[in-house]
Design a protein around this ligand. Structure first.
Ligand code: AMP
Length: 468
């Protein structure tokens, strides 16, 4: 089945072709015909499956159809000036911005206009864009409520309402703003709701807000299992900084995303990497919007720093060609693991997901393995590093090995034990920096034990030995 067979309007097909898409992804195949028909829809799918195009393409199609003369679904006559006809709600600024980019891309040959509004930045340009008139508004709930309160937004002509990452919006405490917003949208409308998970609360809201919806589901586990090569290092928590450094310096990667459970942890990892000469940047909720956007641009460039992110910040990031995802901390729930590793292996590419599992995280690993219904391959650090780790362990004070409240030991993130630091210094002094930014993802299967670090582009495998 091709995009042409779906019957999308020519300007939209042209944009899809210009993007280089050849065949619709499974979620697009299921969703596009239903949405084109005007049906409500509830989709269980995560970012990375082609979800945005699954709702953006048929939405643009419908808006161009109705613009050509057919009556809108509700009875109120549409005024002659531009009004908001599609409202898309997103939990995060990044996701909202990405949806905006998708509408710009897929709608570039139509005359439809859109704008994106979110908090953390000045509202002035947003209000100006709204005043000049848009057909599609993409918004985070908080800023939308603000601007509704200031009477800068009218939702009484909305024909299509889309709630993206609905579960995340609930997690982030947006239920009241959501209820207020939905109450301002005409009842006669088409509603699409996407959610990576389907907890009871989402089902309840769906039954309240959607009418006889088509139900589609794209299981994230399939993508995780098929496209991403997963492995786990069992490592003492305080040795994670050493392992991360060693891994990054000995693995050719094009783009690496490291996950930290906490914002503070993310900052510590970045500091540690930068001190060791590896360009790195953090992205999390404490960073200003401008800072986040700058870091994202750097990460999308051909010389990306290692990006260290928390889960909330990373959700919905649409960045292709992430070759490696590293779980520096294991996530507290198994589904988050699937979301994380889904950052790599996107749109058919293969990727690698590496997890560092401390002693205190074994039960988390077990629940991840149960959830994805497979055991994750166990990897061993390179021989050279193992010797350094043993040396560090033998000389480090036993108290520092004790996990602190919240998971990791106090000394963990920085390798701050003097002896461990000494071992690390000795270990690294003689080695050149090998982290190659912008190199292409490796394809070989070479092992990398021994003295000489691998040549970028040659070494796919970092591990000296693995089992499982
Ligand atoms: P999404 O799930 O919407 O974040 O999309 C994930 C990535 O897949 C984006 O970078 C899209 O540009 C890309 N994509 C979406 N649909 C297709 C398609 N049919 N063929 C190839 N790539 C696609």
């Amino acid at each position: 089945m091709s995009f042409e067979n779906l019957g999308l309007h020519e300007p939209i097909l042209r944009a899809v072709k210009a993007e280089g898409y050849e065949t619709p992804t499974p979620i697009q195949l299921q969703a596009i015909p239903e949405v084109m028909r005007g049906r409500d829809l509830i989709g269980c799918a995560q970012t990375g499956t082609g979800k945005t195009a699954a709702f953006a393409l048929p939405t643009l199609h419908r808006m161009t159809t109705v613009a050509d003369g057919a009556a809108p679904p509700h009875t109120e006559p549409r005024p002659t000036h531009r009004v908001i006809r599609t409202l898309i709600l997103s939990p995060t600024r990044e996701l909202a911005a990405q949806i905006g980019e998708s509408f710009a891309t897929y709608g570039r040959y139509t005359r439809l206009k859109h704008t994106v509004i979110y908090g953390g930045v000045s509202q002035v340009p947003q209000v100006r864009a709204l005043r000049s008139g848009v057909d599609t508004l993409i918004a985070t709930p908080g800023r939308l409520i603000d601007l509704m309160g200031q009477r800068c937004v009218q939702l009484n002509h909305v024909e299509i309402l889309i709630l993206d990452e609905a579960d995340r919006m609930l997690d982030m405490g947006f239920i009241d703003p959501l209820r207020r917003i939905v109450s301002q949208v005409p009842k006669q409308r088409q509603t699409l709701m996407f959610s990576a998970t389907m907890p009871d609360e989402i089902r309840r809201l769906a039954s309240e807000w959607l009418r006889d919806p088509a139900r589609i589901e794209v299981r994230p586990t399939a993508a995780a299992a098929d496209l991403v090569q997963q492995s786990v290092f069992h490592i003492e928590p305080k040795q994670k900084p050493l392992l991360l450094l060693d891994y990054l310096q000995n693995t050719a990667s094009s783009r690496t995303l490291v996950f930290s459970r906490t914002k503070h942890g993310a900052d510590k990892i970045v500091k540690h990497l930068v001190r060791e000469g590896i360009p790195a940047a953090a992205i999390h909720g404490n960073k200003s919007q401008n800072n986040r956007q700058r870091v994202l641009q750097q990460f999308k460039s051909t010389r990306p720093p290692v990006l260290v992110a928390t889960d909330v910040a990373s959700r919905g990031l649409d960045i292709d060609e992430i070759s490696h995802v590293i779980n520096y901390d294991l996530p507290l729930d198994a589904e988050t693991y699937v979301h994380r590793i889904g950052r790599t292996g996107r749109a058919g590419a293969t990727g690698e997901a590496i997890s560092f599992c401390g002693r205190d995280e074994r039960s988390l690993l077990n629940s991840i393995e149960r959830f994805i219904r497979r055991s994750i391959r166990v990897a061993q650090p390179r021989e050279e590093l193992r010797a350094a780790l043993v040396a560090a362990r033998q000389t480090s004070p036993p108290s520092s090995a004790k996990p602190a409240a919240g998971g990791r030991p106090k000394a963990a993130a920085q390798g701050s034990s003097v002896t461990a630091e000494g071992a690390r210094r000795k270990f690294w002094k003689s080695k050149p920096r090998r982290h190659e930014k912008g190199s292409t993802a490796p394809t070989g299967g070479e092992k990398t034990g021994g003295k000489r670090p691998p040549r970028p582009g040659k070494s796919k495998r970092y591990f000296s030995k693995s089992k499982g």
